[in-house]
Design a protein around this ligand. Structure first.
Ligand SMILES: [Zn+2]
Ligand SMILES: [Zn+2]
Length: 335
């Protein structure tokens, strides 16, 4: 039985389509921009039958003959997964920030090198061998819901791209992913926020082999820039559209400030189990366990470690904690 199509007009000739995904809150929002018989698409959901069927039905309902452009905010499977089905020779042109492009092949096509690199990174950050083996392999499943495509246009940020009748400015907002972009429609007062600003969740910001070197500061900087655009409406990729970007950005910044303080406290805490002295060195894995407790779900474990590391790195950059490295270990202590 076909599911009901979640398609609604959110601005003049701009339609939000909600597609099923097996994580987050179960839905990703993509946007269709209609101009006559052509449609441009912002994000495309996963390479999965029910999701692709919903896109085809939505295109038919809008009377579209052709998908012209596919612009993706970043290469996570729920935003980019179906790119190889919809874009490419004889199909839509793919627009993507250039810092996302080199992430695609190692993550979704030939994974062996990245799996080894991730395992080395996990071990250096204190993850036990058996867990490191499981966690480094956990991304293999994701590659099954992604079909890659070669980009037609690589974005730097600050470009204007015509989507339907709307002129959108590309706003490069690294942090959640190195080449994440938001799209700003200044005429309509709308920010298409991707995963950068969500109404309910705090997007995952992680330090890992494919991230930028200081993703939390990148992210916070991007939040302030997006609030400075003063859009009246924010259309996120997860959750419902919302107003009041300044308040939401303040909340997110305050959330991370609290988390940074919490992590400083954990880094300085004496680890009684290890019979430790005050301010002994800790691994990010110990810090993540202290902060979030043990987690069952593999994917969540890895996200927790990456999120903890992003905060530790920001603290090291600010000089509040001290980071030391050897070939096999990364450790943190109070400065
Ligand atoms: Zn994402
Ligand atoms: Zn997402």
């Amino acid at each position: 039985m076909a599911i009901e199509l979640a398609l609604s007009e959110v601005a003049a000739d701009v339609f939000e389509l909600r597609l099923p995904i097996p994580f987050e809150d179960g839905l990703v929002n993509v946007f269709m921009f209609k101009a006559g018989q052509e449609v441009d698409l912002l994000d495309c959901g996963m390479n999965a039958e029910d999701s692709l069927e919903a896109i085809q039905r939505a295109l038919a309902q809008l009377g579209a003959r052709r998908l012209r452009r596919l612009l993706v905010t970043h290469i996570h499977p729920d935003h980019y997964g179906a790119a190889g089905v919809l874009a490419g020779e004889g199909r839509a042109d793919l627009y993507i920030h250039r810092l996302e492009v080199p992430l695609v092949h190692p993550r979704y096509v030939e994974l062996e090198h990245l799996v080894v690199e991730v395992k080395t990174y996990l071990l250096a950050n204190g993850v036990p061998e058996d867990e490191a083996e499981l966690l480094s392999n956990s991304q293999r499943a994701l590659s099954q819901v992604v079909k890659t495509a070669d980009p037609s246009v690589q974005l730097d940020g600050a470009e204007f791209v015509e989507m339907g009748h709307h002129m959108l400015r590309v706003e490069w907002t690294p942090g959640h992913s190195p080449g994440h972009v938001c799209l700003h429609d200044s005429q309509a007062g709308i920010l298409f926020a991707g995963d950068h600003i969500l109404p309910e969740l705090s997007p995952n910001i992680g330090l890992h082999p494919q991230s930028t070197p200081d993703p939390l500061h990148d992210y916070l900087d991007g939040l302030r820039r997006m609030a400075g655009l003063r859009p009246s409406h924010v259309l996120p990729a997860h959750g419902r559209p919302f107003t009041g970007i300044a308040d939401r950005v303040d909340d997110l910044i305050a959330h991370h400030a609290r988390r940074l303080d919490q992590i400083v406290e954990i880094v300085g805490r004496r680890d009684a189990r290890a019979g430790g002295t005050a301010n002994q060195e800790k691994s990010a894995w110990q810090v993540a366990l202290d902060l979030w407790g043990p987690r069952e779900n593999l994917y969540e474990k890895r996200l927790a470690l990456q999120e903890g590391l992003a905060h530790l790195q920001a603290l090291a950059v600010e000089g509040r904690v001290r980071k030391s490295v050897t070939p096999g270990s990364v450790r943190w202590r109070l400065s």
